[in-house]
Design a protein around this ligand. Sequence first.
Ligand SMILES: N[C@@H]1[C@@H](O)[C@H](O)[C@@H](COP(=O)(O)O)O[C@@H]1O
Length: 262
Amino acid sequence: MAEVIVVGSREAAGALVAEAIERLVTGRPDAVLGLATGDTPLPVYRALAERVAVGLDLSAVRGFALDEYVGIPVTHPESYHSVIDREVVRPLRLNPASVHVPDGRPLGIETAGERYEDAILAAGGVDLQILGVGTDGHIGFNEPGSSFASLTRVKTLTKQTREDNARFFDSVDDVPIHSITQGLGTILRARRLVLLAFGAAKAHAVAAAVEGPLTASVPASAIQLHPRATVVVDEEAASMLTELDYYLDAFANKPTWDPVII
Ligand SMILES: N[C@@H]1[C@@H](O)[C@H](O)[C@@H](COP(=O)(O)O)O[C@@H]1O
């Protein structure tokens, strides 16, 4: 099962995951990070940027974003190319040439998924994958029904996801209909998974992912198949977990030899 860690705030979650990433990179300067977009991972990136400001060197780190919209120019401010550049590459002083985002441009889109898979394999795989979760239980843009074996490919977004993401665009009609996303099979190959979720709106998705049946209807439930998955949530996002007391107890009694996340 996934290890569940309940934190008091988004900032505390960011600090916890940033510390694990610093440990990872200290041991392996060219570690490969799986990068999520959305609001959820921002506290992690902010906490890492603070560490970079006081000397942490992430310049050899490599990165692979989870997903990208299809059908908007890469230069669009809400393309995940732009978001990753703005929220991750620049503040963390990563080498832009080492950070990859799926190619959502129409030309060659049929083979873009395969090319992305090849690039991840050539990099030696993802060491630590950061994940958020959609209110409908999607991870990346793997909408409900996505195969647990899926690899990077084009997915049609659900109405719910387009409505959730409309806040980044002028209107819901401006949210692209298609995306290109790492598959659940791709995500499960990462050596470590860290799924973050904050706020009551995510409580249902978190409970379904951690404790619900393994089902393609809740793509995030795929994390139950991963041997090293950690779920970092605030109290609101944890509020529908039936076994909450057990998770709190397990974390309070975590063996000292067992590091948090990494
Ligand atoms: N493709 C992204 C997901 O990777 C992200 O997890 C989800 C939740 O977003 P937020 O973290 O803003 O709630 O939104 C988008 O759909």
